[in-house]
Design a protein around this ligand. Sequence first.
Ligand SMILES: [Cu+2]
Length: 172
Amino acid sequence: MRARRLSFLLAGLLLTGGAHASAAEHVHASHAWIRVLPGNLPAGAYVTLSNDGDMAAALSGAHSTTYGEVMLHRSSSEGGMSRMAMVDSLSVPAHGSAVLAPAGYHLMLMKPTRPVQPGDSVRLILQFTDGSTLPADFLARPANAVDAGEDRAMPAMGMKSMDHAAMPQAGH
Ligand SMILES: [Cu+2]
């Protein structure tokens, strides 16, 4: 684990040698939240990434002192079955955005180094393929949350009408 992180950092340093502005300089994170699941189930982290630069950026993953392992995943559903696959990177187009949200792209958080409770703020260091990094604070939310919960104007109706069977099981 440690060696892997070190080699990643090294690769990042080599890649950032160029004169181009880094991806992290132009990418902004918003609506960053984590869905905390009970027990030892991995948590999903979701965020909206906006790129105000002229070059596409690509998210390759993240790391955190709060989680021993973070992976970039994509959920999809096939024949009613929800499945997840690891992805190498997620493109954030120039002057565009990319959304990590339930049932789609997410950062899978595993091996917590401390208990994470709803209401906690967890810092993740987002990593881009050019080696640049962007720290972002994610709000931990309960298992039944469906978004960052920032829009308090939304009626509770949406939650109530949600069928419990539609709640995520182990998937994200
Ligand atoms: Cu996942």
